[in-house]
Design a protein around this ligand. Structure first.
Ligand code: FES
Length: 171
């Protein structure tokens, strides 16, 4: 994912600081990745390159574990992260339809973030509000009974629908 202006400096600063906290040995790879994720919210490709250099590892030896473990994100989270529940109750009640609507309206796929970093989309498992299925979480906010019309309402509330996207959706 293309870095926005100023992001490169932030990443370099954070990762340099983190690398100073650990001995540069392979055993520290996962703790370093965890720390990067904790502070930046994801693990940028640039961070992986810096870690590989610092630990004197081939890049693939950093990329491998970073992609293997589910706990690591390789895409920056959106300022607003839409989490569509795909637990059984939500799935049966139309969770996939809600997810498809978000994908179409935001013009991104699940697991992606809009290029301006405003909105991210992911699926989650049961969030414990099955009676409201299908459910979408935005931050701590629970949105229930999310039909495609409700998706539009939610996105409008976050200014996530531009005229362009609205027109696309009407096609
Ligand atoms: S399955 Fe979605 S809240 Fe339980």
């Amino acid at each position: 994912m293309e870095l926005l202006e100023g992001e490169k400096e932030v990443i370099v600063n954070y990762v340099e600081g983190i690398l100073e906290e650990f001995d540069p040995v392979q055993e520290n790879l996962v703790p370093i990745l965890q720390e990067v994720q904790e502070r930046l919210g994801y693990i940028p490709a640039l961070a992986m390159e810096m870690i590989a250099t610092a630990l004197d590892l081939p890049p693939v030896d950093v990329y491998g574990p970073a992609t293997f473990y589910n706990q690591f994100r390789l895409v920056p989270p959106g300022k607003y992260q839409f989490k569509v529940c795909m637990g059984t109750a939500c799935y049966m009640a139309g969770g996939q339809i809600a997810l498809d609507s978000f994908e179409r309206r935001l013009n991104i796929k699940e697991g992606e973030t809009t290029p301006d970093r405003e909105f991210g989309l992911e699926h989650v498992t049961c969030v414990g509000c099955c009676t409201l299925a299908p459910v979408v979480m935005v931050g701590d906010q629970v949105e229930g009974h999310v039909t495609p019309t409700r998706v539009d309402g939610i996105l409008l509330a976050y200014d996530a629908i531009t005229d362009e996207k609205e027109n696309e959706g009407d096609k």
